[in-house]
Design a protein around this ligand. Structure first.
Ligand SMILES: Cc1cc2nc3c(=O)[nH]c(=O)nc-3n(C[C@H](O)[C@H](O)[C@H](O)COP(=O)(O)O)c2cc1C
Length: 314
């Protein structure tokens, strides 16, 4: 069978998956007509193969905004077969079900969906909890799972790992809040050498340099590529936003609790998340200069990175 692999990857793990899959499929005698970054996916590519494999990471229980946007823009196809593979650190939530419905709306016939656990690139206020031996073991396990998946990917039997849409109750508030505010808690420290690689590498084009230092716009998809690819290790997430966010969350929670009583538990959690978002916004509103000064002190910055060999480095 002739297949085309189309992926988005923030820190390189979904790219790693696409490459591994291409190698495995070729070894089984299939033709891989390309391993394409979704940003380079053009209409002509659609004709080149019988089945398209879409690979996406999970960000906040859903596919990243860039991937969703790109899928919205691809030209309609007539009954082209597709497979969706979601990479994840733990729970994929709505990633496959959401991608499936986006592809179906573009005319694809989705044969199957699968998910694959890889090292977690979400390192908000925590370091990657994997030791390097655990990371290697996880990649090895993922490779074995991919080997088993190959047969299904080129087969005719439908397969699915889609979660129930009821998951939306958990996933959507996270998605909405974090997609809109998370990027605002990134900071650059005094270690910044003004090389501009972060600006150049950003898949969302949401970083611009101000006085030689990166500033993030609200549309940051929080892929962590800038953090992990910075040669000077000068990009970080600041706890200031989280502290302000936590204050917002508590205030929101108290307000809703007082207004709706204990029955408003779900609503409270949602308002708490919105509070967290506005905490991040407030962090920036207090002024980039003061914000950055406080945010980069050892007390508030985290210095968290993970190993990502396949990351785009400019
Ligand atoms: C901002 C962000 C949010 C994430 N959210 C989730 C999540 O909700 N569930 C999950 O299982 N993994 C989550 N992850 C982990 C990634 O899906 C996983 O590490 C993936 O392999 C990263 O692929 P990439 O390196 O191609 O971006 C998240 C990672 C990031 C950076």
């Amino acid at each position: 069978m002739k297949v085309l692999l189309v992926y988005f990857s923030g820190c390189g793990y979904t790219f790693w998956t696409a490459q591994k899959l291409a190698t495995l499929l070729k070894a089984q005698g299939h033709t891989v007509s390309g391993v394409l970054d979704i940003e380079k996916y053009a209409p002509a590519e659609q004709e080149r193969s019988e089945r398209h494999i879409f690979l996406t990471p999970t960000y906040f229980f859903a596919p990243p905004a860039l991937f969703v946007k790109a899928l919205h823009k691809i030209p309609m196809v007539a009954d082209k077969e597709a497979v969706v593979i979601a990479t994840k650190g733990g729970q994929q939530g709505l990633t496959t079900v959401y991608t499936r419905s986006l592809l179906t709306s573009r005319g694809y016939k989705v044969i199957g969906t699968a998910d694959l656990t890889l090292p977690d690139t979400f390192i908000g206020l925590k370091s990657s909890q994997l030791t390097s031996a655990q990371r290697v073991a996880r990649l090895k396990k993922a490779e074995d799972e991919l080997k088993a998946l190959c047969k299904k990917i080129v087969g005719t039997e439908p397969f699915s790992c889609d979660r129930s849409r009821a998951y939306s109750f958990i996933a959507l508030p996270f998605l909405w809040v974090f997609r809109h505010a998370f990027g605002l808690s990134f900071i650059s420290t005094d270690a910044c050498t003004h090389c501009g690689l972060c600006e150049k590498n950003c898949p969302m084009h949401c970083i611009h340099l101000k006085d030689g230092r990166p500033v993030w716009k609200h549309n940051c998809t929080a892929c962590f590529r800038c953090v992990n690819a910075c040669p000077a290790h000068a990009i970080d997430m600041s706890a200031v936003s989280w502290i302000l966010g936590a204050c917002g969350a508590v205030i929101g929670w108290i307000f809703v609790r007082w207004f709706f009583g204990w029955l408003g538990a779900f609503l409270s959690a949602f308002v708490g998340l919105v509070g967290l978002a506005y905490g991040c916004v407030a962090g920036v509103a207090v002024g980039q200069k003061i914000y950055r000064k406080v945010a980069q002190t050892p007390l508030f910055a985290n210095r968290n990175r993970i190993a990502c060999e396949n990351i785009k480095k400019g």
